[in-house]
Design a protein around this ligand. Sequence first.
Ligand code: FES
Length: 105
Amino acid sequence: MSIRLFASIEEASRAVPPGQLRKLVVKGKPYLLIHNNTGFFVTAYACPHQNEPLTKGKLNVFNELICPLHEYRFNLQTGQEANQRCGHLTLYQIALKPDGLYLNI
Ligand code: FES
C-alpha cells in the first residue's frame, strides 16, 4: 500500500526540517519519520532492543539513529545495529514521485 505523506519535498522539509524526527501515525499505526543530511527515512516507531519510542533519538553523521535509552546505533540504510546487539530496526520504503512523498507499507 502506498500512502502520500506530503504533496512535495518542500512541504516535507517544512514539516520535518533536516536533523529532526517526527512520529507519524498511518492507518492507526505509529512510525518514525526522519530527515537527515542524506534524505528522508521511515522506520519502526519503537526500538527493536526494548521497545523504547525513538522520537527522542539522535542522528549522527554516519547516517545512524541513536536510541535514547541505551544508545544503540541503527544504520538507516540497513536497519542493522552498529554492534549487532539486537535485531534490526525495521525500515520502510519511501518514494518521491512528481506529486509527493509516499510511504510504502
Ligand atoms: S531500548 Fe533502544 S537501545 Fe535499548
